[in-house]
Design a binder for this molecule. Structure first.
Ligand SMILES: Nc1nc2c(ncn2[C@@H]2O[C@H](COP(=O)(O)OP(=O)(O)OP(=O)(O)O)[C@@H](O)[C@H]2O)c(=O)[nH]1
Ligand SMILES: [Mg+2]
Length: 415
């Protein structure tokens, strides 16, 4: 089996979580389709996410298509939660950028796409909500090409846009030729010699090669709600995006992109391995000089995470035992894109005081846990004001967002 670590990214409300749900359903992982509006999806599991119908934390799910295991990471679209997206970007092999066929390209779409391109992450575009009144698939395709200056390859067109019957009609090969020959001189020469007789398989292979190099972004159209175009997107994910590489025999190198607490309060660290094989009971060096032992691990699988004795390069694991680990930490050798910040962090400082002084310890613990899950939150204790300052600080003062200097570490609270 090949593994593909795939991120779903978009502006707020574009339909990422609905699409994730639809993909799980299409892959047979879930029998019943959950809905964001009813608070019943697989990935929006926090109480606040369900009540508000928004995504706050990134969530990992997994499904298989053909010989590919896809680890899919649903991310929040609201700019306030950009830190979640930031860490996820470091572990992706590919991405699906979702754009609403009604609202079109938004400021956040531009921020995300620019970052994906800077990092050279291959990305497909899914123009969602073609069933909604006001859907304008051609206009959005044009916006992608002009406003984002994106080298796009429309993989088809929409029939009945703006109606519940809206359908995706895939292009046949001839229509893809124009885009693909732009970056493939050999193919262009074959085309010029032989007219339109370029075999579809050759065209598809050229498109896959160019997509993997992020030279071109194939654009699909569909609806997460009706399911239109979703099978074509799945085929595109399987055929056009690259599998995770990495040598399972090499030195261990990984990156933690999400931290959460289990039912008993134990820390669970989601990490992607880029190289090597990590086993239960292995000791790992952590940033800040400490060491920790992996006491258990799961891989994400349906219907529940599955315990494993080891994970290898390319895979995502949920690790136990790394009590001091923080989001963004490298594991073992520095991973590619280690410690890079991709977005300008928000700047805001706020003082938090317990309503009852006796709750001070509990408040400190809660804020410490918040800070360990969000790399952009730095926490410091301000005894002069007997308050806890929960500071979101930027670059030089706060250190790197992933490793805020001193005060950002739970252990480094100011006296
Ligand atoms: N008509 C229609 N509505 C959709 C479609 N996809 C999503 N929606 C609706 O759009 C709203 C937002 O959907 P979500 O899936 O939560 O969007 P999201 O991108 O995950 O939102 P955030 O995670 O909060 O950024 C919900 O009310 C969905 O029911 C679609 O294809 N068609
Ligand atoms: Mg969502």
């Amino acid at each position: 089996m090949r593994t593909l670590n795939l991120g779903i990214l978009a502006h707020v409300d574009a339909g990422k979580t609905s699409l994730t749900e639809r993909l799980l359903h299409a892959a047979g992982v879930i029998d019943e389709l959950g809905s964001v509006d009813d608070g019943s999806t697989q990935t929006d599991t926090l109480d606040l996410e369900r009540r508000r119908g928004i995504t706050i934390r990134s969530a990992v799910v997994s499904f298989a298509v053909g010989n590919t295991t896809v680890n899919l990471i649903d991310t929040p679209g609201h700019p306030d939660f950009i830190a979640e997206v930031e860490r996820v970007l470091n572990v992706l092999d590919g991405a699906v950028l979702v754009v609403s066929a009604v609202e079109g390209v938004q400021a956040q779409t531009r921020v995300l796409m620019r970052t994906l391109r800077r990092l050279g992450i291959p990305a497909l575009v899914f123009v969602n909500k073609i069933d909604r009144r006001g859907a304008r698939p051609l206009g959005v395709l044009e916006e992608l090409a002009s406003r984002l200056a994106l080298p796009v390859a429309a993989m088809g067109e929409v029939a009945g846009a703006g109606t519940p019957e809206a359908a995706f009609v895939p292009h046949d090969g001839a229509e893809l030729l124009d885009v693909v020959t732009l970056h493939d001189d050999a193919l262009l020469a074959a085309y010029v010699r032989g007219g339109e007789a370029v075999p579809p398989a050759r065209l598809r292979a050229a498109l896959a090669a160019q997509t993997r190099e992020a030279l071109v972004h194939p654009v699909f159209f569909g609806s997460a709600i009706t399911g239109a175009g979703v099978d074509d997107l799945v085929a595109g994910v399987r055929e056009l995006l690259p599998a995770a590489g990495g040598d399972p025999g090499g030195p261990v190198s990984g990156a933690v992109f999400k931290v959460e607490r289990g039912p008993a309060g134990e820390k669970l660290a989601y990490a992607r391995l880029f190289s090597g094989t990590l086993r239960v009971r292995d000791r790992l060096r952590l940033p800040g000089g400490g060491e920790a032992r992996v006491t258990g691990m799961d891989v994400i699988s349906a219907p529940a995470p599955a315990a494993r004795a080891s994970v290898a390069a390319g895979q995502i694991a949920r690790l136990r035992g790394l009590d001091a680990v923080r989001v963004g930490d490298p594991l073992g050798e520095p991973p590619p894109r280690a410690g890079e910040g991709h977005f300008a962090p928000p700047t805001l400082e706020t003082v938090v005081r317990p309503a009852r002084p006796a709750d001070r310890g509990a408040l400190l613990l809660a804020l410490t846990r918040l800070a360990e899950q969000d790399p952009l939150i730095g926490l410091r204790q301000d005894d002069a004001r007997r308050g806890l300052a929960d500071a979101l600080r930027r670059g030089p003062e706060g250190g790197h967002p992933g490793h805020p200097a001193g005060g950002g570490r739970p252990g480094g609270l100011l006296p």
